[in-house]
Design a protein around this ligand. Structure first.
Ligand code: GLP
Length: 252
């Protein structure tokens, strides 16, 4: 695992994502506020002529169930608004309006496989350590399926809705086993509210109680965190030392 502590996580994570962008590349995209600076930086590079998304396609991590796709807070609407429409990238997402949810979950798994798998998956992290919407207690081998949100996640996400009662209870999310199949995982976390979750994910035991700790089993993970989100890590001096001595030939 690589842990990058930086004042500009959006820029660093954009570097990691851009390294995979080429015709035929498959991106895994995340919603939430943490990835927004990454999308802004990727679009800035595209506008500057330094990056092209031609021939790139994308998949999202998760979606609220029972929220129409046209709702401004559906993750399909959010990712199109924040990134893929401007980037000209075709995006597939779990369909919140599917009447047969297990069939939709299976379709999504097949679509990712048929695309050749995800080259690079961007991730945020919930305050309870979830990735996608894999809440504590999620099977570390799980596939795309329906999940029930914890009260904490519904409270965290209430800021996007008029009231907490409007936050959907159920979601469709890529499973932890699905996420682990992406070839490179880039997790972005900022702010003191994420410090405990980041420490548990990077340095805690691998446990379903902290779903993001499963990333310790992946061969190519990059955590990109700011000082505040790194505050509870024990090996910060070592992570900085590694960054200062990163061999020039070592790519993302
Ligand atoms: C939601 C999303 C996650 C995201 C998390 C944190 O629960 N399903 O993918 O990582 O929010 O969001 P934020 O980055 O806004 O803190």
């Amino acid at each position: 695992m690589e842990v990058v502590i930086t004042a500009d996580p959006g820029f660093v994570a954009a570097d990691a994502i851009a390294a995979h962008v080429r015709p035929g590349a498959v991106l895994g995209l995340a919603t939430g506020s943490s990835p927004l600076p990454v999308y802004a930086e990727l679009l800035r590079r595209r506008d500057a002529g330094d990056l092209s998304f031609d021939g790139v396609q994308a998949f999202t991590l998760d979606e609220y169930v029972d929220l129409p796709r046209a709702h401004p807070q559906s993750y399909h609407a959010v990712i199109r608004r924040e990134f893929t429409e401007a980037a000209g990238i075709t995006v597939d997402a779990p369909n919140s309006e599917a009447t047969d949810i297990p069939a939709e979950a299976a379709r999504y798994e097949t679509a990712i496989r048929n695309a050749g798998g995800i080259d690079v998956q961007l991730l945020g992290i919930g305050t309870d350590g979830h990735i996608g919407f894999n809440e504590p207690g999620s099977s570390l081998a799980s596939r795309t399926r329906v999940k029930t949100l914890t009260p904490q996640t519904r409270a965290d996400n209430a800021r996007f809705f008029d009231s907490i009662d409007d936050v959907p209870v159920h979601v469709l999310t890529q499973g932890l086993g699905t996420i682990l199949e992406a070839r490179h995982l880039v997790l972005v976390a900022t702010g003191e509210g994420k410090a405990a979750a980041v420490a548990a994910a990077v340095e805690g035991p691998v446990s379903a109680m902290c779903p993001s700790s499963v990333l310790q089993l992946h061969r190519h993970v990059t955590f990109v965190v700011d000082e505040a989100a790194a505050a509870d890590l024990r090996l910060t001096d070592y992570y900085r030392f590694v960054a200062d001595h990163k061999p020039e030939w070592q790519a993302w």
